[in-house]
Design a protein around this ligand. Sequence first.
Ligand SMILES: [Zn+2]
Length: 268
Amino acid sequence: MMVDDAKIPWYSLHPRLLHLGKWTWWLIACAAVLYFFYTCSFKPLWQIGWRTHLYCREQFDPVESATGKKFRGGDWVTSRKILVYGAPGVKAREVRKAADGMRSIVDELHLNLSVQMVSTPPDAARSIAAATTNKGKIAARFDQNKFIARRLDERGMMFAEMVVVDAHFADPEWAFGLADFPSGVAVLQKSVTTPELGRHEGTHLLGYDRHDDFPYYVFGYPEGWYPAGRATLMMLRPMGSPQLSPRARDAVINFWRGLETKKRRYFK
Ligand SMILES: [Zn+2]
């Protein structure tokens, strides 16, 4: 069929009007395929990707302490220990909410990790104070990165920790909690701490470093068609349900199965 270029409106993106060469079309096709695999996945691919740590390589990148000491990301897992405590002044019942959430996710996944609620370690109390600014008239701001860097000097990879602080985050300011598998640190804001927040940040601490709306679709799981409308535990906000989505559960379980290949047992 002949096409009269003059009759095609410029916005139609008609291939004839674009005058692209064969190799350009190939390039566009390859880019489209890559984009598809970046934004979507399939259940078996998803599981293998988490087991081989292909989906989360950067979780094992080195982390650096305040004095420049380097640790392999995630090395705390061999300790099998997660301590939960509050900043000085945070009541035990607030800390218990976080600990309950952390413990419930560890138990649900049958992980062989101990979750212990402890009183504030003295060095941690000093680091919390050092990472907290603007105490007084303005709402206190907590610098997560500064805290992590100092904690790596203080406790190395001896354990992971979940901390409840009485301050808003410095960056991002809107966060309720922040958790980081490589350094083994999760921090929750006291005023919004619930067992559900403990479960959410706890799942991040256990290696699931994303939310349930990306990849947009993992075919093979029953999920809502609208990614931002999914009501599962691992959504950025709001937390509509305390239930782990099947995709998140499979991701964390496979992530730890992948860790087990190094001849350690992490499941009960
Ligand atoms: Zn999150």
